[in-house]
Each structure stands twice: as structure tokens, then as C-alpha cells.
Design a protein around this ligand. Structure first.
Ligand SMILES: NC(=O)C1=CN([C@@H]2O[C@H](COP(=O)(O)OP(=O)(O)OC[C@H]3O[C@@H](n4cnc5c(N)ncnc54)[C@H](O)[C@@H]3O)[C@@H](O)[C@H]2O)C=CC1
Ligand SMILES: O=C(O)[C@@H]1CCC=N1
Length: 280
């Protein structure tokens, strides 16, 4: 309680506008609230009135149009699809408070793109979070635009720290970040789906297979994080000579699964790069 009050004091002069309250927008909003940002200092905008009503009811935050939200904010977080970004920036740019920080979480959208579409000198930060932010286990990379000073960068990092780990990287690494941690949860869920199906194929009830796979994933992730061991070492510990694991891993190698992962993530990074060039 004392910590929450202290944090509320820290944010006393800040107002955050969150524009785009979809999957990621809601994850960030809930993280901001859990980390102690007062709801009274957050205003949410979305072009869907139904969505806005649901968000206002669930989180007790103020809601409004994009320009209304932006006009009153010291930090404007934009969480719309890359394809909607240019239109939105045109809509809100002229309403920004002088000196307000604009933080974009859109895949591929560069700080140069944001700066071109906003009033001269606007500080912007490009951020790439991921959906585990919903459970405070997010991974976010932050990079600064041309007019983003150190205190702006801290503010962007602080916004995201409420829902997980944050690193600062140079912008030329952000397409790779998008391919690895931004899209990453989807690859893991895809592998989980496949393993559950395999369990069913082998005769396990679906519920049992799901429980086995989810706990195995959780245990393996916890081992990676807590032991700090290289994944190769951890994999070798499971792989007995002439045993079951090697029989399975040989099949994965024969089916070029490792190569498929490399190619898949190259495709994601290329897509992120292309989104910036307007290939939408
Ligand atoms: N979903 C994910 O795992 C991640 C998404 N992102 C990025 O986050 C952004 C949002 O993605 P999602 O939340 O998945 O999309 P979403 O489609 O769930 O949410 C986008 C929201 O923006 C609203 N919107 C669109 N144009 C608007 C406008 N002019 N004014 C106000 N609201 C507007 C839509 O009504 C919608 O609710 C994208 O740019 C994406 O690249 C980044 C990291 C991870
Ligand atoms: O698929 C996408 O484009 C977004 C960006 C990273 C994760 N989801």
C-alpha cells in the first residue's frame, strides 16, 4: 500500500493517453494499473465505441477520442495496427501538448516514420512488447527517436517495466526483436499445440496431454531462467544415449525443424521491415 501511494506521487504530474485498446493496448493498460499508475491519470481512446465502453467498465479509466486523449497527455502510447498508423498520426498530431512523448508499439513503424508524421521536434520512442505483458512476464525492447532525450527514454522504459522485462536497443535491431520476442509467443503456442496433438495421437486424453505439455513448457522455461545454463546443456541432460529423446530429435533434424525456425524468423523480420515501407 505504501509503495502504491509512493508510486502515485511519482506519477502526479504525468498523464498517459493510450490510443488503440486492442489485445496489446489492453495488456499495457492492465500492466500500468498493476504497477501503480493511478487510473485517474490514464485516458484511453479506440475507434470502436463498444471496445471503449468495455474498457471503461473493466478498468475505471476515462475514455475519449484520439485527439481528446492526446490533448491532455504528457505521454501518448499508440497501439494501433501499423496499417492504421499514418491516419492516426494525422488525426492526433496537431493536438499533442508541446513536449509530449509519443511511444509507438507498432511492428515495423520506424521512429523516422513517426517523426515525419508528427509536428517538428516531437520526441518519439519505438517499443516492441509481447503479449506475456498480460501476466507481468513481458519482454520489451525500447529505442529512441531523434528528439527523445534521456528522461523520455526512462519514461518509455518505466511505462513498460510495469509488465515485465525491458531492454534498450538501437533501432536497427528492432525488426529482429519483433521477429524473436514480439512474435515469439505465437511460435511457442504453435509448438505447444503440436505437442498436445501428438499426445492425443498417442492415446492420451486431451486434458491430460494439455496438462503434461503446459507444465513441461513451464518447467523448461523456469530451468532456462533460473539455472542460466545454455539450452544445449539442458537438452543434452534429457538425451540419454540410444534413448527416446534422441529418437525424437533425429526426426526433428530430418524434418529440418531448426532450419524452418531460422527461415520463419527471417520472414518475420523482413515483414517488420516491409511494414515500415508501406507494403501493407
Ligand atoms: N498482438 C501482439 O502480440 C503484439 C502487437 N504489437 C503491435 O501492437 C499494435 C496493436 O496490435 P493488437 O493489439 O494486436 O491489434 P488489435 O487489432 O487487437 O488492436 C488495435 C486497436 O486499435 C484500434 N484503432 C485502430 N485505428 C484507430 C484509430 N484511428 N483511433 C483509435 N483506435 C484505433 C482498433 O479499434 C483496435 O481496438 C500493432 O501495431 C502491433 O504491431 C506489438 C507487439 C505484440
Ligand atoms: O504479428 C504482428 O504483426 C504483431 C507484431 C508482433 C506480434 N504481433
Amino acid at each position: 500500500m505504501a509503495e502504491t501511494t509512493e508510486r502515485q506521487g511519482e506519477f502526479a504530474d504525468r498523464r498517459v493517453a493510450l490510443i488503440g485498446a486492442g489485445v496489446m493496448g489492453e495488456a499495457l493498460l492492465s500492466g500500468l494499473l498493476r504497477s501503480g499508475r493511478p487510473a485517474s491519470q490514464i485516458v484511453v481512446a479506440d475507434r470502436s465505441p463498444e471496445r471503449l465502453m468495455a474498457i471503461a467498465e473493466k478498468y475505471s479509466v476515462s475514455v475519449g477520442s484520439g485527439p481528446e486523449a492526446a490533448a491532455d497527455a504528457t505521454t501518448v502510447v499508440i497501439a494501433v495496427k501499423p496499417q492504421d498508423m499514418a491516419g492516426l498520426l494525422r488525426e492526433v498530431g496537431q493536438h499533442l501538448k508541446p513536449g509530449a512523448l509519443v511511444v509507438s508499439i507498432a511492428a515495423g513503424i520506424t521512429t523516422a516514420f513517426l517523426e515525419e508524421h508528427l509536428p517538428e521536434g516531437t520526441p518519439v520512442a519505438r517499443v516492441m512488447p509481447n503479449t506475456p505483458a498480460l501476466v507481468d512476464e513481458g519482454m520489451t525492447a525500447v529505442s529512441a527517436g531523434a528528439h527523445c532525450e534521456t528522461h523520455h527514454l526512462w519514461e518509455a522504459q518505466d511505462l513498460m517495466r510495469g509488465c515485465g522485462k525491458v531492454v534498450s536497443l538501437s533501432e536497427d535491431q528492432l525488426d529482429a526483436v519483433t521477429a524473436i520476442s514480439g512474435s515469439g509467443p505465437a511460435y511457442i503456442f504453435y509448438v505447444v499445440e503440436a505437442m498436445i496433438e501428438a499426445g492425443v495421437l498417442l492415446g492420451l486424453p486431451r486434458g491430460t496431454s494439455t496438462e503434461l505439455v503446459v507444465q513441461t513448457l513451464y518447467g523448461a522455461a523456469t530451468m532456462l531462467k533460473e539455472t542460466g545454463e545454455h539450452p544445449t546443456v539442458l537438452r543434452e541432460q534429457v538425451s540419454s544415449p540410444g534413448g527416446t529423446t534422441m529418437a525424437a530429435l533425429r526426426e526433428l533434424d530430418d524434418h529440418k525443424v531448426r532450419a524452418a525456425f531460422l527461415t520463419a524468423m527471417e520472414a518475420a523480420a523482413k515483414r517488420s521491415h516491409d511494414l515500415a515501407s508501406g507494403h501493407v
